[in-house]
Ligand binder design. Structure first.
Ligand code: FEO
Length: 392
């Protein structure tokens, strides 16, 4: 893919990764992704903003082949999908300086072996002039590492945001065209890596609200020529109240837990509560993460195996705890054959969640009429708590 002009002397560069299906050996990427770099040719100096994932190095170097001079490589974030090709770019442009935050510098040295004297560290709010274009560096920590920053191009009012506001989509569309598709991909991305840090991200959003942003150019996915789509979405995901939704990840071995889940889901729906149900044996874990962005309640459906929760239920619980969603209530339902420590084990895995734990319901073998009635009572309690809190 050749470089593409966004505005006069400002270019998209980078690579579209159509085939990638997993990030960090963990996060599903059903739509692939892109690694966006940007070239800004100022009247006097030239800067490259971020690079690409190392397997895509040759694509970026080909795009840079006609660039005669590069003065700066701006590194917003030290994770290798954006920084990994900095050494190769430095080999081609040995006079270039790597501009980054003081916190990113040692991470880049450790990860990439870049020489210490190549760096130019910038403080929050510092500017760098390329002649007729001014880069303003704004520190935005914890989106999603501690060292992250963004760049605001003052004359063109473009925010180069790296992971912040990004989405994993492989497409030849330079700008957002299918807003629904981008919203879903951006929400998945927020859920998977940003949600645990949403309180700090809220402060970053407030900080950026002081700027007149006409365009957001992230380092994954398409460019927002109408930034309101993603700015409004982040506002909601970060600061909006939980919704009248129960997320119900479950797994069943012989059908008893599935029977409980089905009865419970019906009881919730009968009481006006929406349910997002995920069979962990087949689910896309990214879909579960997305559902956690809004849900007021999480109920894990876990059969007992080897005297504890089924490992898939433990995985979902561990993930929910790591993602720190805004849920207010948690419970556990499931079946066991002869005993075990399922509730105790799962309850010990949610220390990050600021939640009220509602009485779990475990049944021995196939659920009895009494068990089914207990599930109905749990559904009624959840509906009542959602209503009392004004969750809609
Ligand atoms: Fe796209 Fe945190 O790297």
């Amino acid at each position: 893919m050749d470089r593409r002009e966004i505005k006069k002397n400002i270019y998209w560069m980078g690579a579209i990764d159509w085939d990638r299906r997993l990030f960090d050996s963990l996060i599903p990427l059903p739509d692939g992704t892109s690694y966006n770099a940007y070239l800004i040719e100022g009247g006097e100096q030239t800067a490259l903003l971020d690079t690409v994932d190392p397997p895509m190095t040759e694509q970026l170097l080909e795009q840079l082949a006609t660039v005669s001079k590069l003065d700066y490589i701006i590194s917003h974030h030290a994770e290798q999908d954006h920084s990994g090709t900095i050494p190769a770019v430095l080999e081609r442009f040995p006079q270039a300086k790597v501009v980054t935050t003081p916190k990113a510098k040692p991470i880049l040295i450790d990860a990439l072996g870049i020489a210490e004297d190549v760096f130019l560290t910038v403080n929050d709010g510092e500017t760098l002039s390329l002649g007729d274009k001014t880069l303003k560096f704004i520190h935005t920590p914890w989106v999603h590492w501690p060292e992250t920053m963004v760049t605001y191009l003052e004359e063109d009012r473009i925010l180069f945001s790296c992971d912040f506001y990004g989405s994993h989509i492989a497409t030849t569309d330079l700008y957002v065209r299918d807003r629904g598709r981008v919203y879903e991909a951006a929400k998945r991305y927020f859920a998977e890596i940003m949600m645990p840090f949403r309180h700090i991200i809220k402060r970053n959003i407030e900080k950026l609200s002081a700027y007149d942003i006409q365009m957001i150019a992230p380092s994954h996915g398409q460019i927002y020529d109408d930034p309101s789509l993603i700015l409004d979405a982040y506002q909601d995901w970060v600061s909006g109240p939980p919704q009248n939704v129960v997320v119900l990840p479950y797994v069943s071995m012989h059908g008893s837990t599935a029977q409980m889940v089905d009865h419970f889901a019906s009881a919730l729906v009968d009481r006006g509560v929406r349910v997002e149900l995920f069979n962990l044996a087949v689910t896309d874990i990214g879909k579960l993460a997305m559902a956690l962005v809004d849900a007021a309640t999480i109920v894990v459906g876990a059969p007992t195996v080897l005297a504890g929760p089924h490992p898939l239920a433990a995985y979902a619980t561990f993930l929910a705890n790591a993602l720190r969603p805004k849920a207010k209530f948690v419970s556990i339902i499931g079946s066991y054959a002869w005993g075990g420590m399922t509730v105790e084990t799962l309850a010990g895995m949610i220390s990050n969640l600021k939640v009220e734990v509602l009485e779990p319901i475990l049944c021995k073998g196939v659920p009895s009429q009494t068990d089914l009635e207990a599930l109905e009572q749990l559904a009624a309690t959840i509906a009542q708590k959602h209503a009392e809190n004004g969750f809609v």
